[in-house]
Design a protein around this ligand. Sequence first.
Ligand code: C5P
Length: 234
Amino acid sequence: MAEIIVALDGVSGREALDLVDRIGEVGSFYKIGLDLFTRAGPAVVRDLRERGKRVFLDLKLHDIPSTVAGAVNGAAELDIDLLTVHASGGPGMLTAARDASGGRVRLVAVTLLTSLSPDEVDVVWGRDIFSIRDEVARLGELARDTGMDGVWASPLETSWLRRSLGNDFLVVTPGIRHAGKDQGDQKWVATPAEAIAAGADYLVIGRPVTQATDPTASLKELAAEVARATATAP
Ligand code: C5P
C-alpha cells in the first residue's frame, strides 16, 4: 500500500516536534528538508527516531563523489529510511552514493526540479531543451542504472516514469492535495487516488497537513483516501 510522508517545512525544530506529537500515531513517516535540517540539524532527526517515526531526509545532495559519499554515510548513521540525491550529479556521484549507503538507506534521485521553467532548463543546460519529459526520462534511467532505489516524480511524471522504470523502482510523488482544495505553489497536483493509480509508492504531503486548522484530521482524511484508493486499485 502507498504510504504518506508528511513534509515538515517552514517550521523550527520545536514546532516540528510539537506538530509530530500533536499528530501522534496517525503520522508515522516524516520528511525533513534543507529548511528544517539547516535550522535544527541531526538532533531533530534523532528526536523523530526516538518517537519511533521514520524519516525521509530530503537533502538533495549534489557535490563531488567523495563529499556525497561522506554525507550519505552520515545520514545512514542517523538511521533514516530515505535520502535524496540529484541525478544530475552524474554517474560517479550516484555510484559513490550507492556504495556509501551499503543498503542502509534508500536513495531517491531528483531529476529536474518541478520549479524550473523550460526556459530556465535551457539556461542551466546551455542548449535548447525540446522536451522536459525526455530530460526527466534520461535522468530517471541514469538513476536506475546506477543503482538508486527510486525517483522523485511530480504527479505529471508519475505514471510514465513508473511504466518506463519498472515496478522494482520506488516512485515518490509530491504535490498531493485533497480533492477540490487550493493547490498553493505546486505546479502539478494530484489527489491521493490519482497518484496511487499513476503508480506512486510514497505520497509526500506538506501544507495540506501542516497548515491545516486540524492537522490530525486532515492527515486522517488523506490516509482514508489512500486506503480507499488502494482497496479499489486494479
Ligand atoms: O506543497 P507541499 O507543502 O505539499 O509540498 C511538499 C513537498 O513537495 C515539499 O517539501 C517539496 O519538497 C515538494 N515540492 C515540490 N514542488 C513544489 C513545491 C513543493 O516538489 N513546487
